[in-house]
Write a protein that binds this ligand. Structure first.
Ligand code: FAD
Length: 477
């Protein structure tokens, strides 16, 4: 089944489409692992992504806080799939529309591709839940672009704060508010606080770090890391406070402005930078494609990962609501995405060979989060064996090293972590794109109406506050 792409004409609308056995949209964990497995099985695949690289989201916060290089979290797709190149065609293009029934996708450059089988693995995007000012002014952290832009914005703000001469104006000039105390928010707040404590005081001065730099973590839920055990939550809160993070729980953000955030109770938190890790939703491509969407705008897939009522269409990873054997919703996690990609590939091979598909079985390896140097929590395996502190920190490093794609990326991460642990230096402190990305987003279209954050929809309210969809969103494969 090697590269059999061909042009054909759609009998319905007369437009020509480039035909492949399998068309995959999205080269995140789900799409990439599906393409790899199909390529290994000799199936002709077209893999489409708006980027020519695979981004490793779990370490984006480290790229944004100058702990590791951007090149460590972004690996070229053609490098990753080099061995499968005979069967897997890669196209860098943004998909503008999908017709699920016809199994076609049309890219921004006007080309249409049709698959005998269509796989949608378009991931998540930030959900600002219509919070005034959030979309325009807060920084999300879901992509390499986000990490680059946040890193530059923080460094720019730090330089401006350091240049403030007026003693009366100095207090809190480099204040960062992180909205959402789920795993992404906790890791990001911890990393920034650690930067202030160890790096800013070294590169600038102790006085500057103490008097002008602050990190706030805000969530409308009354705990950090809702998916984790009470013991892990307590440990995390204590570790963050020791790092100097000011925690505001049980308080929702009502608006974001150029001067900071306002909480529902009227409290104002002045901030130079607001980081939004408080909500996820599926890509806007799914519903217009003719697919029925459920919680979080995701497709409630069948147990075999196919979209209900649309033969030959699979929806994977963060784009799907996937359930386990007991019907419980699985969280939006790299491990779920990766395993769903490989499983779907096996089911697609079964489709193409006329065999029966198998229901997805998830192998739960547990949940983990990093709080800072020597401080992490891990709840391992389906029985959630708990470890904390240095042991969990080392386990976190090991797991992420294994998960990272590519030997050079692993080596680079290891060197960065080693240097980071032993010294107070960061080599990645470079302003890449001063605030242009944020400005471009501010001019973008306004966000469609989102799920309400309060009232009847309690689950959505939890998502708003925490950035997690269900208990246990974050684990490792
Ligand atoms: C900051 C952060 C930290 C995280 N940490 C962890 C962790 O420690 N452990 C863990 O297990 N999980 C973690 N997660 C969750 C995990 O990264 C996701 O669950 C996983 O990446 C989902 O994989 P996916 O393939 O479904 O989607 P994604 O990885 O998001 O990939 C989607 C792909 O689709 C492409 N795409 C989207 N729209 C289009 C379009 N219109 N045209 C073309 N291409 C398109 C994107 O460019 C992207 O490459 C984290 C997530 C974030 C954001």
């Amino acid at each position: 089944m090697a590269n059999t792409s061909a042009e054909d004409t759609d009998p319905a609308d007369g437009h020509s489409a480039i035909q492949h056995d399998v068309v995959i949209v999205g080269a995140g964990f789900a799409g990439l692992y599906a393409a790899k497995q199909l390529g290994r099985s000799g199936v002709d695949v077209l893999l489409l992504d708006q980027n020519n690289y695979h981004q490793f989201q779990p370490l984006l916060y480290q790229a944004a806080t100058a702990q590791i290089a951007i090149s460590t979290v972004a690996r070229p797709l053609r490098g990753i799939l080099h061995r499968q190149r005979e069967h897997v065609t890669i196209r860098t293009a943004r998909v503008a529309s999908v017709d699920a029934a016809a199994k076609t996708v049309t890219t921004d450059d006007g080309l249409t591709y049709r698959g005998r089988i269509l796989v949608l693995a378009t991931g998540s995007e930030p959900n600002f839940f219509d919070t005034p000012g959030a979309r325009e002014l807060a920084y999300p952290l879901y992509s390499v672009d986000d990490a680059t832009s946040l890193s530059s914005a923080m460094l720019g703000a730090l330089e401006r704060a350091a240049a403030t001469r007026d003693a009366a104006e100095r207090r809190g000039t480099f204040a960062v508010v992180v909205v959402g105390a789920g795993p992404n928010g906790v890791e990001t707040a911890g990393a920034i606080a650690e930067n202030i404590k160890f790096v800013v005081s070294e590169y600038y001065s102790d006085e500057f770090a103490a008097a002008q730099c602050e990190v706030h973590l805000v969530d409308m839920v009354d705990t950090v890391l809702p998916p984790f055990s009470t013991r892990s939550q307590k440990y995390t809160r204590r570790s963050l406070e020791e790092l100097g993070v000011r925690i505001h729980l049980g308080r929702a953000v009502s608006s974001v402005s150029t001067s900071g955030v306002e909480l529902e109770d009227g409290t104002e938190l002045p901030a130079a930078i607001v980081i939004w890790t408080a909500g996820l939703k599926a890509s806007g491509l799914l519903e217009p494609a003719g697919l029925t969407t459920g919680r979080g705008g995701r497709v409630d897939v069948e147990r075999d990962l196919t979209a209900p009522g649309v033969p030959g269409v699979y929806v994977l990873g963060d784009a799907a609501n996937i359930t386990d054997a007991k019907g419980r919703a699985l969280p939006q996690l790299g491990s779920v995405a990766k395993q769903s990609g490989t499983w779907a590939a096996d089911n697609i091979c079964a489709d193409l060979q006329g065999r029966e598909r198998k229901p997805f079985r998830f192998r739960d390896m547990g949940v983990m989060a990093m709080v800072g140097r020597g401080h992490a929590i891990a709840e391992m395996g389906p029985r959630r064996f708990q470890i904390q502190g240095m042991l969990a920190f080392l386990a976190w490093l090991g797991v992420h090293l294994v998960l990272l794609s590519g030997w050079s990326q692993r080596a680079a991460a290891l060197v960065s972590w080693f240097r980071d642990y032993l010294t107070r230096r960061r080599t990645q402190v470079v302003v890449h794109q001063p605030d242009e990305y944020a400005r471009a987003r501010r001019q973008g279209p306004t966000e469609p109406a989102a799920t309400p954050t309060t009232g009847a929809n309690a689950e959505s309210a939890t998502r708003t506050a925490t950035g997690v969809a269900t208990p246990g969103e974050r684990s490792q494969s």
